[in-house]
Ligand binder design. Sequence first.
Ligand SMILES: Cc1cc2nc3c(=O)[nH]c(=O)nc-3n(C[C@H](O)[C@H](O)[C@H](O)COP(=O)(O)OP(=O)(O)OC[C@H]3O[C@@H](n4cnc5c(N)ncnc54)[C@H](O)[C@@H]3O)c2cc1C
Ligand SMILES: *[C@@H]1O[C@H](CO)[C@@H](O)[C@H](O)[C@H]1NC(C)=O
Ligand SMILES: *[C@@H]1O[C@H](CO)[C@@H](O)[C@H](O)[C@H]1NC(C)=O
Ligand SMILES: *[C@@H]1O[C@H](CO)[C@@H](O)[C@H](O)[C@H]1NC(C)=O
Ligand SMILES: *[C@@H]1O[C@H](CO)[C@@H](O)[C@H](O)[C@H]1NC(C)=O
Ligand SMILES: *[C@@H]1O[C@H](CO)[C@@H](O)[C@H](O)[C@H]1NC(C)=O
Ligand SMILES: *[C@@H]1O[C@H](CO)[C@@H](O)[C@H](O)[C@H]1NC(C)=O
Ligand SMILES: *[C@@H]1O[C@H](CO)[C@@H](O)[C@H](O)[C@H]1NC(C)=O
Ligand SMILES: *[C@@H]1O[C@H](CO)[C@@H](O)[C@H](O)[C@H]1NC(C)=O
Ligand SMILES: *[C@@H]1O[C@H](CO)[C@@H](O)[C@H](O)[C@H]1NC(C)=O
Length: 632
Amino acid sequence: MLCQRDHSSRLQALISLLVAVEGALAAFIPPHASAVSYQEAEKNTYDFIVAGGGIAGLTVADRLTEDPSVNVLVIEAGPFDQREDSVLIPGAYPPFQYFNGLESMPQKGLNNRSVDTICAKVVGGGSVVNAMVYLRGDKADYDDWGKLGNPGWSWDSIFPYFLKASPQKNFTKPDSGFATQANISWDDSVRGTSGPLRYSYPDYFYPGSANWWNAAKSIGLPVVKDPEAGNNLGIFWIPSVLDATTMTRSDARINHYERVKALRPNYHILASTTVSKILFNRTRAIGVKYLPSAGGSSANVYATKEVILATGGIHTPQVLQLSGIGPRALLDKLGIAIVQDLPGVGQNLQDQSTLTIGWNFTQNVTPNAGSLDSNATYNAEQRALYDTDRTGAYTIVRSLSTNIGQLSLQLVTSNYSAIAAEARSRDPAASLPSDGDPTVLKGYKKQRELLIRQFEGQDAAVGTLHWGTSSSSLIYHLKPLSRGTVNINSTDPLASPVLDYRTATDPVDLAVYVALFRKNRELFAAPDMASLGPVEASPFGAQLQTDEEIIAVLRQHINPSNAHQCCTAAMLPQDLGGVVDSEWKVHGIQGLRVADISYWPFQTSGTPSATMYASGEKLADIIKRDYNLTSL
Ligand SMILES: Cc1cc2nc3c(=O)[nH]c(=O)nc-3n(C[C@H](O)[C@H](O)[C@H](O)COP(=O)(O)OP(=O)(O)OC[C@H]3O[C@@H](n4cnc5c(N)ncnc54)[C@H](O)[C@@H]3O)c2cc1C
Ligand SMILES: *[C@@H]1O[C@H](CO)[C@@H](O)[C@H](O)[C@H]1NC(C)=O
Ligand SMILES: *[C@@H]1O[C@H](CO)[C@@H](O)[C@H](O)[C@H]1NC(C)=O
Ligand SMILES: *[C@@H]1O[C@H](CO)[C@@H](O)[C@H](O)[C@H]1NC(C)=O
Ligand SMILES: *[C@@H]1O[C@H](CO)[C@@H](O)[C@H](O)[C@H]1NC(C)=O
Ligand SMILES: *[C@@H]1O[C@H](CO)[C@@H](O)[C@H](O)[C@H]1NC(C)=O
Ligand SMILES: *[C@@H]1O[C@H](CO)[C@@H](O)[C@H](O)[C@H]1NC(C)=O
Ligand SMILES: *[C@@H]1O[C@H](CO)[C@@H](O)[C@H](O)[C@H]1NC(C)=O
Ligand SMILES: *[C@@H]1O[C@H](CO)[C@@H](O)[C@H](O)[C@H]1NC(C)=O
Ligand SMILES: *[C@@H]1O[C@H](CO)[C@@H](O)[C@H](O)[C@H]1NC(C)=O
């Protein structure tokens, strides 16, 4: 995906204007939740300060402010979006203007390429810019997180929070005739009861999706009744965070801010503002320092109860390190006073890397996802259909189709046990940076053993296959063994940290990729796809036969990131290189938790947002218990 740094200057000007207007109205507490100004935030004291207004941040802020006696301030680096079509309408995706560009270090596993990657920078975070895929992890993922030394973590303990976050009432069922024709299935008992997030399915599919579905079945991939039930192995329709009443995106800004805004004078958001560091009294977090994201002077704001860090998988390790929590050698080098030496901060970086395979077809069926770009008549017809009836191709996220396959290693290759054996025979230390801390290595060894068991079992996906119905298919690598790093190289809070994904530095990851590549080939060679005349486009093609030939092209073409960066402040015991405990508290620090995807020990077999909504709910309940807060 293309990447554009920061937002347009027009938007910046608008934001400055809004900030100025709000500044003039400062110094009174409005009767409703509000976007507060820089000056106003500084004058108030809050019970909780949430740094980062993404999925986790807004979920927690919403739930804590259910108690009217509690004041919460959310500080978000990005602006409020302008409810553009590219945000709200799936077929008008993506909203590049809220992407934050992050160039990686040269990737030594990928021929030393530096790759442009992204994360979100907007109120609502990833939920405003993501591809709307809502997919929980598999049961084994959360059970394994528990086995790493996190009491209270299992599928059974997070499951009620999936239900709380994602309601059946607002999971809008597709029309039953359409569902039957389209092969959409679900299980009511796992779809939730009362939460604010809405999700559903597009009401249209491209005809080629049936070819892909039937081909996938013919090579032995099972049909999954409901991928949200804890075992998503097989093929299914992609659940999408669509509000079916409007066929628009249901994001965290809507479902955890706009929804409650009128009733919550105690819920403030300070947008376009960057948290530069956490303030401490010895080892107790007491507030944060912040500055305009566009640059300017800093101010402090204080929290009487807790600071909750929710700045995402890249920026949470950055803020921790800037605040003096991180690997001692790194902080010493930059002259940052140590509050707590935690070698795990910024280690254990994982993403779900992707491979795009181009195809030429001699007789593909139309219309397909490419028709929106190649056929102006079709595009105009579909947009008109959406504008009048909220139906058609614009209900599908642009460039995606409607179905997907999640594969365990056993479903990918009969050679799965040899790959697992190879993984077990290798020295785990070789998969980490050579200058790492022994505790981090110890924690990684435990993770690795659990992941290898997933490779041998039939309860967790290692890869995803998708065909958008036109000129490209996608492979997502869900469970890497390679581990990267995020480290600051500057004390400037507005500078990007140094990102080294270290993708494919563990050769086992490439063995899994090769197997996924061959499986995708098998799918495209099955009669239902072969009838479309697919030809792999250069640099792929029939000339690639041996593992070595395929690996050479993989190193040149894998994209290290699917914007699912995680695990850089991992929930693990401190002697396993952990940063937070099983209730998200930073080891050795009081009054500070990490709520965002940084806390994950390793990637799930789903897409991140489903787990982030649920864990935000779980965390809010734990904080409410700790402070005797009331719920609605
Ligand atoms: C383009 C794209 C496509 C994606 N597609 C999907 C998908 O289809 N399905 C899916 O489930 N997931 C998808 N994801 C991933 C998913 O959205 C994220 O993993 C998820 O949002 C993480 O939630 P979070 O709460 O941890 O952090 P985020 O939602 O990323 O929120 C973190 C917030 O903190 C803010 N911030 C950062 N630094 C600071 C600072 N110093 N001070 C103040 N604020 C700060 C950021 O601006 C951001 O808004 C996608 C992500 C992107 C970017
Ligand atoms: C990548 O860079 C390293 C260090 O500079 C070098 O040793 C290696 O040969 C390079 N690899 C490739 C494929 O160019
Ligand atoms: C579910 O959606 C309806 C509108 O479609 C809304 O009125 C209702 O409040 C939502 N329920 C919850 C619990 O958010
Ligand atoms: C749905 O499944 C039926 C039966 O397997 C198949 O004939 C049809 O082509 C499929 N359609 C889609 C859209 O997947
Ligand atoms: C720091 O904490 C101590 C002990 O709780 C307290 O007595 C002191 O007043 C605090 N100092 C500041 C500046 O808040
Ligand atoms: C373009 O779309 C129109 C409207 O759907 C359709 O009638 C026409 O056949 C399409 N043209 C091509 C070349 O596919
Ligand atoms: C099976 O996997 C092992 C380990 O990756 C590899 O060495 C071997 O070549 C593979 N065999 C086949 C037939 O793919
Ligand atoms: C880190 O900072 C130093 C000094 O500013 C600079 O020379 C170096 O290139 C930076 N490294 C990276 C990876 O950005
Ligand atoms: C695929 O199509 C592109 C553009 O139409 C063309 O340049 C390329 O040579 C084709 N590749 C194959 C393998 O047919
Ligand atoms: C919460 O209530 C319990 C029981 O009444 C009490 O022991 C505890 O001190 C209270 N905690 C806080 C933070 O007020």
